[in-house]
Structures are given as C-alpha cells and as structure tokens.
Design a protein around this ligand. Structure first.
Ligand SMILES: NC(=O)c1ccc[n+]([C@@H]2O[C@H](COP(=O)([O-])OP(=O)(O)OC[C@H]3O[C@@H](n4cnc5c(N)ncnc54)[C@H](O)[C@@H]3O)[C@@H](O)[C@H]2O)c1
Length: 357
C-alpha cells in the first residue's frame, strides 16, 4: 500500500472482534494513516495484533496511550457502554476521535460529549460506515444534485439467521481475550435494547443520511418465535413519508436495502452483509432521459474508506463525509423515540425524549 507523505498518526483502543475484522486492517491499508499504537487491557491481544499490523507502540493502559504526544487520533473499538467515557478522555487529551457506532447509550451522555467536542475544536466521527459504501454515496449525490423533492423513503435492515455461517466462512474466527475489559452488565441481556443499538443504529443513520433529520416516529414491535420486528412510521423534517423496518432475524438470507422516490427519479438499493465488502447495488432511475444508472463500486472497503475520510478531514480540512457527533446524537434520539413509541403505541417527537433505549 502506498502511503502519503503526511499521514494521520492513529492509535486503536480495543483489539477485540471489530478491530480484528475492520480497524487494524483499515489502518494498515489507509493511504493517509500510520498505525502509531494499539491498546488492549488483554496483553496477548494487544501484542499479537500490534505485532502483526506493525503498530509502533503497544499499550495495555489507555491513559498511557493517550499520553503519547505523537498520536493525533484514536479509533475507539470498544463496547458501546465505553464509547462516551473513552471519547471524553481522548478529547481531554487533545486527540481526534473515530468512534464505533452507536456513539453512546443515553441522550444525556452524548449531549455532554457533543459539548466537549464543540469546545475542543477536535474532530469526532461516528463509525456509521454505510456512508462510505459507494452505492449509497452515489444515491446521496443523486438526491443532492438531481432528484428534486423527496416523496418517500422506505428502508429495511433484516438480520439473517444465517449471519454467523456466512461470516465464519468469510473471516478468521475472532481471537478472544482472557483479560478483556467488558461492561459490568451483559449488553445482550435485554434483546430489544441490544438489537436496537447494534442494528437499529445502522438503519436510522442510513435513513437520516438519505432523507435528512427525523422529527417524529410511531413504532410497533412484534415478538414471535424468538424474532423481533419493528415497523416504524417515520416523519422527516423535509416532509417525505418514511417507513423503517428492523427485523432480527429473518429466516432467509441477509436482507437490507431501501427504496426512495423523488420528483425527477427514484433509487432502489440492495445492501449486503458488510463483511463481503461489496458495494450496495443501487439502481438510480432518471425520469429526464428514462434511464437507469448503477454504480459499480469496486472499492467497497467501507471501514478503510471511512478512516481515510476521517484523516482527510483532520489533515486537509475536507468537509466530514461521515457521521458527526450531531448525527450520532440524532440517531440515539431516534432509537429512544422508537423504543418509547413501541412501548406506548403513541407518536413520539424526537425533541421530547430523554434517557436511553
Ligand atoms: N460498524 C460495524 O459494522 C460494527 C460491527 C460489529 C461491532 N461494532 C461495534 O464495535 C464495538 C466493539 O465491538 P467488539 O465486539 O470488538 O467489542 P469487545 O468488547 O469484544 O472488544 C473490545 C476490546 O477492547 C478492550 N478494551 C475495552 N476498554 C478498554 C480500556 N479502557 N483499556 C484497554 N482495553 C480496553 C477489551 O479488553 C476488548 O478486548 C461495539 O461498539 C460494536 O457496536 C461495529
């Protein structure tokens, strides 16, 4: 991989599954990033992956990594409950942050982080990597430049019962850490909360990326035979009608996608399980000349591309293409509103919600 002359010097916190599957390799391959450090409380994970990916420094203590003056930024590849505290410490140490999604668990902790980010002038990007999927990027360009007003958006994220058969076939099995730091509670104990935070955040961020801010939702949840299905009637600030579906899990292949209709065209997209690193297949219909365009996104390493975008923003002031802290906060508000609405059956405005999912 050819590296640029001036690279962002990045430290990765956490050498667990998401770092092993995405962030370590992304730092290795990104044209504008140097892997300056890795850190994991589990020494064997930190040493094994630090050595394999040629990290300059290997830490077990996060504060020690943050004290490394040569580091410009950190990638936070740790459990959801640790995102906000770890980001706060990075910001206090003057480091830019690329944080895994969702940015936090409660609205209040993310609001406090947003204030800290704003005061610091540092960059914080949330790892909603679908924004770096070439098919979705092309859809967003079509919306901005050609589509005119949006009439409606439907989007769905249906996890598959065969997810792990597929990913085990694709990836090396993740190396577990005997001394890994875990949150005090089991994040998977509350399935509604876990599915919404883990999967719903991709759906909500995609909807916001394509159709703009969400103002209110009305959600229904069905739980049967161990499956969970949310149907969410979604109101967008710009007036488009929205419908979101989150199902975990469908008894079929991975099923994720969207359809949107506008004044001068439409787009229909099929999104793949991310570990195939395959661009979404999006047919973009142009009413003007009655043609369809489909982007062939050969370079669909979303995680590497989001890291390169993050580095371009810091190194060269390129406007942030990823999700900002404001986007991260809005996604949490939408997920809290969906959870509340599913409980009470009422329409819930995002501006009225507090607490966590
Ligand atoms: N974007 C995606 O497609 C995607 C996919 C999967 C997971 N994720 C996200 O990635 C995040 C991490 O997932 P995971 O499964 O790798 O987590 P994990 O908890 O299994 O691993 C995290 C690692 O970080 C280490 N760690 C945590 N806090 C530390 C600290 N203060 N100091 C030193 N080491 C510390 C732990 O020891 C552990 O080894 C989650 O937020 C999850 O939502 C994103």
């Amino acid at each position: 991989m050819n590296k640029q002359e001036h690279c962002l010097r990045v430290g990765i916190l956490g050498c667990g599954p998401i770092a092993q599957f995405a962030h370590l390799e992304s730092a290795q391959k990104a044209r504008n990033v140097t892997l300056a450090a890795v850190c994991d409380a589990d020494e064997s994970l930190a040493r094994r992956f630090g050595a394999f990916y040629d990290a300059e420094q290997i830490y077990q203590d996060y504060e020690e990594m943050l004290a490394n003056d040569s580091l410009d930024a950190v990638i936070l590849a740790v459990s959801d409950a640790f995102h906000v505290p770890a980001a706060q410490r990075a910001i206090a140490a003057g480091k830019h942050v690329l944080c895994e999604k969702p940015i936090g668990i409660t609205i209040e902790e993310v609001q406090a982080l947003a204030s800290a980010v704003q005061q610091s002038g540092l960059v914080l990007q949330v790892g909603h990597m679908l924004r770096f999927d070439p098919g979705i990027e092309a859809t967003r360009r079509f919306i901005d430049e050609e589509m005119g007003q949006m009439l409606s958006l439907k989007a769905w994220y249906c996890d598959s019962t065969h997810r792990y058969e597929m990913t085990d076939a694709l990836q090396p099995l993740p190396r577990p850490g005997a001394r890994s730091i875990r949150p005090g509670h089991d994040p998977k104990a509350n399935r509604r909360q876990y599915y919404m935070l883990a999967h719903g955040c991709h759906l909500v961020d995609l909807a916001r990326f394509l159709a703009g801010p969400i103002t209110a939702v009305r959600a229904r949840l069905s739980e049967r035979f161990g499956a969970y299905c949310w149907f969410v009637d979604t109101e967008f600030a710009h007036g488009a009608l929205g419908h979101l579906e989150l199902t975990v899990s469908v008894r079929m292949d991975w099923f994720e996608g969207f359809q949107l209709h506008g004044e001068y065209g439409s787009a229909i997209g099929r999104i793949f399980n991310p570990w195939y690193f395959k661009s979404s297949e999006v047919d973009i219909f142009h009413e003007r000349d009655a043609t369809i365009r489909r982007v062939l996104g050969a370079d669909a390493h979303f995680y590497r591309r989001q890291l390169e975008g993050f580095a371009d923003t810091i190194l060269h002031g390129v406007p942030m293409r990823g999700a900002s802290i404001a986007d991260g906060l809005a996604s949490i508000q939408a997920m809290v509103a969906i959870a509340r609405s599913a409980e009470c059956g009422e329409r819930i405005e995002l501006a009225s919600v507090a607490g966590g999912v």
